[in-house]
Design a protein around this ligand. Structure first.
Ligand code: S3P
Length: 175
């Protein structure tokens, strides 16, 4: 069995970019959760938040996760808020290897300050909104099997560390 890999972490930690590279390198299938939700609903994440609300989005997120983990051999890049529901954490932890990408708040702000596609930061003061969310969520990613600090590191370095840690984890784990 080739277990699923779940990349979790705050917005802007590089889950999608690294997930795609990891999938390409390992020949695993890449699943971008937000893209799946957009495809299934025919709406952008921003429109879902605006028209249906965050609670509806969270339900959809769990639904897509629960349906997708039935298959193996997939790399998931998850939305930053996936850790808000204990059920999602349980689903991921019981169905593969959970990898948390961690970054300090300055790194995240530098990466997100010029983007407009994060509805939760779409406020009068996005920096303050980010600080509040960051503080609220900082501990929620700690349940992961593996944690990787991404600040100031190249994609190549990060992929090397991730693959090494996955091998180590697999060698000590019976699936
Ligand atoms: C969210 C993060 C986003 C997306 C949605 C909500 C969050 O994904 O799922 O805007 O609650 O942190 P990214 O982490 O890929 O930006």
């Amino acid at each position: 069995m080739k277990p699923n890999i779940f990349l979790i972490g705050f917005m802007g930690t590089g889950k999608t970019t690294l997930g795609q590279i990891l999938a390409d390198q390992t020949g695993m299938t890449f699943i971008d959760m937000d893209a799946q939700i957009e495809e299934r609903t025919g709406k952008t994440i921003a429109d879902i938040f605006k028209e249906d609300g965050e609670t509806w989005f969270r339900k959809k997120e769990t639904e897509v996760l629960a349906e997708s983990i039935i298959q193996e051999n997939q790399v998931f890049s998850t939305g930053g808020g996936i850790v808000l529901r204990p059920r999602n954490k349980e689903l991921m932890k019981n169905n593969g290897i959970v990898i948390a990408l961690k970054a300090n708040i300055n790194t995240i702000w530098e990466r997100l300050k010029n983007t407009s596609n994060r509805p939760l930061l779409n406020s009068q003061n996005p920096k303050e909104a980010l600080q509040i969310l960051y503080q609220q969520r900082i501990d929620l990613y700690d349940f992961a099997h593996i944690s990787i600090q991404v600040d100031g590191r190249s994609q190549a370095e990060l992929i090397k560390e991730i693959t090494a840690k996955i091998s180590l984890f697999n060698s000590a784990h019976i699936w």
